[in-house]
Design a protein around this ligand. Sequence first.
Ligand SMILES: NC(=O)c1ccc[n+]([C@@H]2O[C@H](COP(=O)([O-])OP(=O)(O)OC[C@H]3O[C@@H](n4cnc5c(N)ncnc54)[C@H](O)[C@@H]3O)[C@@H](O)[C@H]2O)c1
Length: 335
Amino acid sequence: MTGSGPEGSAQPRLGVVGRREVFVPASEGGPKARPSGRSSDQQRQPDQTDLEHLPASGPTASNREGDQVASATTGSCCAEAPFRYHDFAGLSAVVTGGASGIGLAAAETIAARGGRVAVLDLRVDDVADPLVGLRCDVSDDDEVRAAVAAAAERFGGIDVLVNNAGIGAQGDVAANADAEWHRVFDVNVVGMARVARAALPHLRRSTAAAVVNTCSIAALPARALYSASKGAVLSLTLAMATDHLPDGIRVNCVCPGTADTPWVGRLLDSAADPAAERAALGARQPMGRLVTAAEVANAIAYLASPLAGSTTGTSLAVDGGMYGLRPRPRSGSDQ
Ligand SMILES: NC(=O)c1ccc[n+]([C@@H]2O[C@H](COP(=O)([O-])OP(=O)(O)OC[C@H]3O[C@@H](n4cnc5c(N)ncnc54)[C@H](O)[C@@H]3O)[C@@H](O)[C@H]2O)c1
């Protein structure tokens, strides 16, 4: 790894990057330096300011604030001490559909944790620093190849791919004509294959390579086409995870429940009673509320991180218990 600390560190440590606390795992040591493909000016060298040691006593003002703070309850030197991850330092990521919703939150999370991130999306005018916006339609192979090449050129490689761009479709199995089935699959499934195909040569050169696909807990009522496409994403994830074990590329997916994103906002806006529809969607989830984009983004970052180096071929539900739990419907006496 070029950015999160010296290799071979014997102990986990807490340090500071600017005002950001970093957790430097000991045994993993983070990903090792890319064997080839990055010029020296593209490699992020360890910064002497990265690893100023924190005082041994409890949390500081800066690590009590903001997000990305987790409680470290393992490791003798940092038991109970809050820390902030800087686990993507020195790594480069591509996030499709990263201009909105879950993709934007994932891109911002990885960047906040030290990664360089290119967002591939239909509209990138509003993509702000430090994210790099690259216009790309994932249903167009030439555009995909050009955008992935541009990201790799700019960063000197690609370590992480978040395959997130997706579109919806409503209705039962009879509701959509062939053209619509092909259009949705072309974005939701073939789009992921196109981007992965273009990114593979770069991922193979990384020693921290990870792909995270955005799947779904679907099947949902009146979502036959959409659910079929996400079922294909789940199978694609498992197939890719198997195929690319020898390449050292981990492949996982997240399965969000109904998440509060602009997509869902648009659906609510088109409902006859948006407030009632929002309440109904929340009530459908055992936790009684919509999932947040940040919660899905943190799950994506977890799977993409070198800290999850032994995790591949998994699907991680971020759904308020929607898929796995069967709670009794709430009644007045439960309140
Ligand atoms: N919001 C939910 O409830 C929910 C639940 C489960 C899964 N998902 C999945 O999460 C992903 C993101 O959804 P979201 O809710 O953040 O949606 P969103 O509409 O807020 O964001 C989707 C982004 O994908 C981009 N995009 C769409 N088609 C594209 C294409 N052909 N090429 C490139 N970019 C394209 C859009 O421009 C947009 O920026 C999707 O794959 C969706 O299926 C969403």
